[in-house]
Design a protein around this ligand. Structure first.
Ligand code: ADP
Ligand code: GLC
Length: 496
């Protein structure tokens, strides 16, 4: 099966969050299972610098009147065997800053064109008139940045088009632009209607993906249900409920070649799963020393690796912090995002430097070290389509404390009496996202942390979890195959 996987970020070339992890590892899992996959990504400077053995394979012209675009191919994504297609359009992508925002944290003023172009290229490279010989049978789009690709294919009606799959990683980001953008992107006005691109009189990239793709997926079964009603559907719940038969929740997987304590080069000491107690103790002591925390082996160390915004619910951590610290716990965070939350954690660290450490910024290395050293991972997300950090935490024997939502609810088994008795408990969860419920949940976790036998049992259950891509990649493959089955076979299957 030939699959083109279009994404605005791909680990290790460019990453702001979990989408990059998925785009870096799911295609590799699909390729490992026999599919012929290519990844399409904008040619950001770091991606161009990092991608090995690039060569230009096609001239894409200047479809949006912003400057010429070419397609470069790199033989493989570092760390995996998957070829990467880089959309090189210097006028749009060659600049300092992140994929969506400039160095000062402001959205680029021309994101409409940046991701309009990415969508355009994904469509162009998929249709019968593609300048490249290799053409996909399935175009797999991800999040709003690629949402217009299925709309372009529908508008152009190429003689042959691939099947289209659209995955929602986060419905809260929709890619909304003024309606005047529709002709600017070369899309017909007729598509700007309630069953098309229009969302409350604006152009919505995300809605385009939801309306014009053959099949929809999102990244956990629970989130697939949640987004079919308010508030999680963020205004698109009606459309999603209407397309419920075409919507699957497929849980993300973890890349255990990147997240494994026994081969993690970021750690001061690697440890085998069976040796987690000793390994974690060494890493905890080293981290406490490095961050200036009290060198107390038995103080529960609560870690956070996260974007700092309303979704992630870290205001609940700030609210509960005095109570958490009174229990003798320590908190260590790496995160970046909303200014007020960054300031809140900075202030907490300044007030209690021996108990709280806040590193504001982005560091893969520190993320790995926190997950190895921590006793618990805090993820009180108000909503969480899947969440990957809890999978990584499991692998390192770090116990997640989570709000029971989306993929967190689908992957963390709460330490209830039954969960503890049966040895299935892998973490702590609370039902209602409020300060009191979160605080109580952390206190419950700290209480059990002080019972080493019980705690070890939970850690062992965590380490035994297998959230590798194998199962979920198989689900995507089944979905692709269902879409490209010959029409007669499809009719037979549907009982027609
Ligand atoms: P989301 O995509 O919503 O941010 P996920 O849990 O799916 O949440 O994925 C987050 C990814 O980003 C993980 O790989 C996590 O380790 C990483 N991450 C988030 N914030 C930081 C940070 N400040 N520094 C390093 N890694 C981070
Ligand atoms: C989004 C979601 C996160 C998910 C990730 C990868 O960023 O917020 O929950 O794990 O995408 O699918």
């Amino acid at each position: 099966m030939r699959v083109l996987f279009a994404s605005s970020e791909v680990f290790p070339l460019v990453k702001t969050g979990g989408l990059a992890d998925v785009a870096g590892s799911l295609p590799a899992a699909l390729a490992g299972a026999g599919d012929d996959v290519r990844i399409l990504l904008p040619g950001y400077p770091r991606a161009l610098d990092t991608a090995e053995g690039k060569r230009q394979v096609a001239d894409l012209g200047d479809p949006l009147g912003v400057g010429a675009a070419t397609l470069l191919v790199s033989a493989k994504l570092p760390g995996s065997g998957v070829p990467v297609w880089l959309l090189d359009c210097p006028a749009l992508y060659r600049r300092d800053g992140g994929p969506y925002q400039d160095a000062a944290g402001e959205d680029y003023a021309d994101n409409l064109l940046r991701f309009g172009m990415l969508s355009w290229a994904a469509a162009r490279l998929s249709g019968a008139d593609s300048p490249v010989k290799w053409r996909p049978q399935v175009l797999h789009c991800n999040d709003w940045q690629t949402g217009l690709a299925p709309a372009y294919l529908r508008a152009w009606q190429p003689a042959e088009r691939p099947a289209t799959v659209f995955t929602i990683h986060n419905i809260a980001y929709q890619g909304l632009f003024p309606k005047e953008s529709v002709p600017r992107l070369g899309l017909p006005w007729e598509m700007f209607q309630i069953d098309g691109l229009e969302y409350y009189d604006s152009l919505s990239f995300l809605k385009a993906g939801l309306v014009y793709s053959d099949r929809l997926t999102t990244v956990s079964p629970r989130y697939a249900r949640e987004i079919q009603s308010a508030p999680h559907g963020c205004g698109l719940e009606g459309l999603l409920a209407h397309r419920a038969a075409d919507l699957d929740g497929i849980l993300n997987g973890a890349d255990y070649t990147v997240w494994a304590p026994d081969r993690d080069t970021c750690l001061v000491e690697r440890y085998a799963p069976a040796d987690f107690a000793r390994g974690k103790a060494v890493n905890k002591a080293a981290l406490q020393a490095a961050l200036g925390l009290d060198p107390q082996a038995d103080a529960p160390l609560l870690v956070v690796v996260s974007r700092l915004n309303d979704q992630k619910g870290l205001d609940m951590v700030l609210a509960a912090l005095p109570a958490i610290l009174r229990q003798g716990a320590q908190v260590a965070l790496i995160g970046t995002g909303d200014r007020s939350m960054e300031d809140g954690f900075r202030a907490a660290a300044a007030t209690s430097p021996r108990q709280v450490s806040a590193t504001i910024g982005y560091s893969e290395e520190l993320a790995h070290r926190l997950l190895a050293a921590g006793d618990m991972l805090l993820m009180p997300s108000r909503f969480e389509p899947c969440g990957l950090t809890q999978f990584y935490a499991f692998r390192y024997g770090t116990v997640p404390v989570v709000h029971a939502t989306g993929g967190l609810a689908d992957s963390v088994v709460n330490a209830t009496y039954d969960g503890l008795m049966t040895g299935t408990a892998t973490g702590f969860s609370f039902e209602y996202a409020n300060d009191g419920a979160f605080q109580w949940c952390v206190e419950r976790a700290i209480g059990l942390y002080r019972q080493p036998d019980v705690w070890r049992k939970i850690q062992k259950a965590c380490i035994a979890q297998d959230f590798s891509w194998k199962l979920s990649a198989g689900r995507y493959q089944a979905l692709y195959r269902g879409l490209v089955a010959p029409p007669a076979a499809r009719r037979r299957k549907a009982g027609a």
